[in-house]
Design a protein around this ligand. Structure first.
Ligand SMILES: [Zn+2]
Length: 71
């Protein structure tokens, strides 16, 4: 992914949780965390560690949330 593409994406907790929820609904259950704090940690792990399919899912999530922020 290109960094510039996400330079204006909001990274507040609301948007991060929306991105997490969107992603986790589409990823295998092994990625799902039950607590919000864990989800936020996992989002940060996603940025550097996850496989291509997860990255593409998260990329889609970021695009979707950033186009329709809840605030
Ligand atoms: Zn936000």
């Amino acid at each position: 992914m290109q960094k510039d593409e996400f330079s204006d994406v909001c990274t507040c907790e609301t948007c991060l949780l929306d991105i997490a929820s969107y992603s986790l609904n589409r990823l295998p259950t092994g990625y799902v965390a039950s607590h919000q704090g864990e989800i936020l940690i996992r989002i940060r792990e996603f940025e550097t560690q996850l496989k291509v399919d997860a990255i593409s899912t998260i990329t889609e999530a970021i695009k979707t949330v950033s186009q329709n922020p809840r605030h």
